[in-house]
Design a protein around this ligand. Sequence first.
Ligand code: PL3
Ligand code: FE2
Ligand code: FE2
Length: 230
Amino acid sequence: MQLAISSDLDFQSETYKDAYSRINAIVIEGEQEAYENYQKLAELLPPEAEQLLGLSKMENRHKKGFQACGKNLSVTPDMDFAQVFFADLHRNFQEAAAENRIVTCLLIQSLIIECFAISAYNIYIPVADDFARKITEGVVKDEYMHLNFGEEWLKANFEASKEELEAANRQNLPIVWRMLNEVEQDAKVLGMEKEALVEDFMISYGEALSNIGFTTRDIMRMSAYGLTAA
Ligand code: PL3
Ligand code: FE2
Ligand code: FE2
């Protein structure tokens, strides 16, 4: 079944390369932001600094891997586009960090961005070219560890974090739906359906909220924010 999907794709066509110039840039920018965000989190959480700096280093490797994927297809990533794409989450993370709102920083980076990455990479793997597939398979394994870091910390501090998590979710989840809408057309050219991305994201994010300690009722309510606008 996967063979049927990938054989429809011409990785050298101008249409594919044009869409790839934006998707590849988004992923490179996302990995760069993640690299910086874990460094900032290491400053904010001194007891976890060593582990967080380890995660940060992995993000830098991911970035280099995806840069190689673009080069392999002779695609130049449109980094200006990607910076605008990430601007809202970037700003919200910076503002939270400046005010020492660690819970918000963790929700943005370790839950939202990692779940976004996990869903995107899982949907991309079956339709990727051989070179990019191998790279992405290696990366996605790391992203589960990053998500797990956020889950464990927030679970251990659940009662004290609950209110801030709800507010951060309300502020940032609508941005994810907006980002998914913006990437829909280009993702489709790469063989990735928006419905599959949304489904995979909802599953990862819902599971994360459940692992942290939220009830099914909480999760339903929290997941709905911003969905109506999507
Ligand atoms: C955190 O470790 C990484 C953050 C990256 C965020 C990526 C979001 C990707 C959304 C675009 C959907 C297409 C993905 C294609 C994969 C190469
Ligand atoms: Fe990453
Ligand atoms: Fe990550």
